[in-house]
Ligand binder design. Structure first.
Ligand code: FAD
Ligand code: NAI
Length: 471
């Protein structure tokens, strides 16, 4: 039997970060993970590095470069004749990035002296687990503490079977070997919009079917409205209130029959992406046998500090409540490692930023105006459009806006919502500000470099007291 202070199950951004932090704090640590790459080789990094954040962003970037070269370079005075798409190169670039980064985690494990076992982690008790590979127990591990970071899987639908060819989940949509002529996406959420954008930019006719009538219902309504308009303008055909009734597959085609406000509709496509959410992954963990509590949706139950009901057993990331985001998983991993080492690890769930990597990007932190109204909190708002920002003009990217919501009485920042170029980078300023309980006035009094997109943040803060300079 191998003995460690900490055993981490899962090497995604929750698990590998927890393992490294534990090792930094002097705890002997093993990380057990069952992920393999497309060639069957064990690969660290979980969903995020292998089939999630990283490969999707690689394709979003490549497809955006192609789209710009095709549609936007001319305005800069750059003419390209015979522009060609080399999809094989684009896909292998993505695969190489994944290989570099997943290999990087293996190097970090060596550097930090984290032991790594490939296989399925199966709980025997709250202090012991076994590693199972192809049905055989390959190791038994005793650990004073166990961190479960087994992540999530695509949600399935009873009547839609993923065949990995015509009908795919997000993993399949990262590796189409040709640009679909017509692609249907079921689910107009984050994956649907990001991967829908990739294939639309590369030339596919993309139809997004969303069951809900409200587009991006969780985000700031005015931002959602404008994003909807811009994405439709780019060619994404987003149909709301579309309830899928039946899928019929032939060798080359998929027929999607759905119902919307106008009645029954049918579209014929050559590929279908199912992107209707993700579910916690506890398969093979043996949690039930050791008395690990899960909620009615299958998430492992934890308190505010990621403690499960079993003493010494913690759970972090997508397998527990809260947003399914890599950075949330990692911060929970750090927090648990620090708690095990006797420190006071902590995650501030009020300041977790979200980004949707469409073009323009959508990023937000804190509350929306809708939430504030529902909670009866009085607020002021300041909005500044990128069309009045010099840098956005220089970049020829003037769509979108920054919106800041602050407390009506104390001016504390309650939420910030951005639709615009590099929103993913711009949001960091206000995440820090909110961590320090800043007021909008603090942002308004802070010098922002000129010309930068961040001046739109500055002006949105000025807009709260109706004192913008440039509109
Ligand atoms: P995971 O990354 O799911 O890792 C869990 C690991 O545990 C996996 O390797 C799994 O194989 C392994 N495992 C499971 N059970 C066992 C077991 N019993 N024994 C051993 N190993 C086991 N989030 C962002 O923040 N930004 C993005 O841009 C973003 N883009 C995404 C794009 C796509 C297409 C997808 C699908 C997701 C994206 N996400 C993004 C979400 C992000 O990937 C997840 O929030 C994140 O990976 C969760 O990390 P985790 O450590 O909880 O779990
Ligand atoms: P999602 O929850 O973002 O969106 C699912 C969408 O599908 C919703 O709009 C919902 O109304 C719709 N839907 C549900 N059932 C449906 C049905 N039967 N027919 C039609 N529409 C239906 O889930 P998604 O896009 O699968 O992503 C899962 C999670 O992965 C995200 O919530 C996020 O946590 C994470 N992720 C994060 C990314 C990022 O941070 N940029 C990128 C990709 C994924």
């Amino acid at each position: 039997m191998q003995r460690y202070d900490v055993a981490v199950i899962g090497a995604g951004p929750g698990g590998y970060v927890a393992a490294i932090r534990c090792a930094q704090l002097g705890l002997s640590t093993v990380c057990i993970d069952n992920m393999r790459d497309q060639n069957g080789v064990p690969s660290l990094g979980g969903v995020c590095l292998n089939v999630g954040c990283i490969p999707s962003k690689a394709l979003l970037d490549s497809s955006e470069q192609y789209y710009r070269a095709k549609n936007h370079f001319a305005v800069h005075g750059i003419k390209i004749e015979n522009l060609e798409l080399d999809l094989d190169t684009m896909l292998s670039r993505k695969d190489n990035i994944v290989k570099t980064l997943t290999g990087g985690i293996a190097t970090l494990f060596i550097k930090n002296k984290v032991a790594w076992l490939h296989g399925q982690g199966r709980l025997i008790s709250n202090k012991q687990l076994e590693v199972v590979l192809e049905g055989e127990v390959t190791a038994v591990v005793a650990a004073s503490n166990i961190i479960i970071a087994t992540g999530s899987l695509p949600a399935t639908q009873d009547d839609i079977s993923i065949d990995g060819d015509r009908i795919v989940d997000s993993t399949g949509a990262l590796a189409f070997n040709e640009v679909p002529r017509k692609l249907a996406v079921i689910g107009g959420g984050v994956i649907g919009l990001e991967l829908g954008s990739v294939w639309s930019r590369l030339g596919a006719k993309v139809v997004v079917l969303n069951r809900g009538k409200q587009f991006l219902s969780r985000i700031e309504p005015s931002i959602a409205k404008e994003a909807y308009r811009l994405l439709q303008k780019q060619g994404l055909d987003i149909r709301l209130g579309a309830s899928v009734k039946e899928i019929k597959t032939t060798k080359k085609q998929v027929a999607v029959i759905y119902k919307d406000a106008e009645g029954e509709q049918k579209i014929q496509v050559d590929r279908l992406l199912l992107a209707t959410g993700r579910q916690p992954n506890t398969a093979g963990l043996n949690g039930e046998a050791v008395g690990l509590n899960v909620d009615d949706r299958g998430f492992i139950e934890v308190d505010d500090h990621c403690h499960t009901n079993l003493p010494g057993v913690y759970a972090v990331g997508d397998v527990v409540r809260g947003p399914m985001l890599a950075h949330k998983a990692s911060e929970e991993g750090v927090s648990v490692a620090e708690q095990i080492a006797g420190q006071s690890g902590h995650v501030n769930y009020q300041t977790i930023p979200w980004v949707i990597y469409t073009s323009p990007e959508i990023a937000w932190v804190g509350k929306s105006s809708q939430q504030l109204k529902e909670e009866g909190i009085e607020f002021k708002e300041g909005v500044f459009p990128f069309k009045a920002n010099g840098r956005a003009h220089a970049m020829n990217e003037t769509d979108g806006m920054v919106k800041i919501l602050s407390d009506a009485k104390y001016d504390r920042i309650l939420g910030v919502h951005i639709l615009g170029p590099h929103a993913s980078e711009m949001i960091a300023e206000v995440v820090v500000a909110m961590e320090f309980n800043a007021s909008a006035e603090d942002i308004a009094r802070t010098v922002h470099a000129h010309p930068t997109l961040s001046e739109a943040m500055h002006e949105a803060a000025l807009a709260i007291d109706k004192r913008t300079i440039h509109i």
